[in-house]
Design a protein around this ligand. Structure first.
Ligand SMILES: [Zn+2]
Length: 149
């Protein structure tokens, strides 16, 4: 995909936004920006939330995993959002395991906030002319499927 972007982006109008549909994991977003992409939309953050998965600084966490049953830590201690500030992994897991719609809503809230924060970091790094460093640092901790390395 990124190789194809290197062929297509240069022939797109320079004064128009460059959009990729269906790209939603954080590492792919950060990499695609380095290939000249400006905008994305994707169901990933909401779809994986409905399945009990959160995007975190540790990579994807599937809260259906039994290891979270007694994990009373914040969903992502490195993330500052309403969900991370108010709910434990164990409680979120309980909601997901019970098919309680609040679980999907809270994980959706967090996943969207997480992606907004990533893209806010991308924009700030571009404005400060340090995007290459930001990209390298961000990608050093996660693979392209957003698994922790
Ligand atoms: Zn959060």
């Amino acid at each position: 995909m990124f190789e194809i972007l290197d062929y297509t982006v240069p022939i797109l109008p320079r004064d128009k936004p460059r959009y990729v549909m269906g790209l939603g994991n954080p590492t792919s977003l950060v990499e695609a920006v380095s290939h000249g992409i400006d905008m994305f939309d994707c169901v990933l953050p909401t779809r994986i939330a409905r399945n009990g998965t959160a995007l975190t600084s540790e990579g994807k966490l599937n809260l259906r995993n039994a290891r979270f049953a007694k994990d009373f830590n914040s969903l992502d201690p490195a993330h500052d959002c309403y969900v991370c500030n108010n709910y434990s992994r164990a409680y979120l897991r309980h909601l997901v395991q019970s098919d309680e719609i609040l679980g999907a809503r809270l994980l959706t809230w967090h996943n969207l906030a997480y992606l907004f924060d990533v893209m806010r970091g991308v924009r700030q790094a571009i404005l400060e002319d340090r995007y290459a460093h930001f990209r390298n640092e961000y990608l050093a901790g996660h693979d392209m499927e957003f698994g922790a390395i």
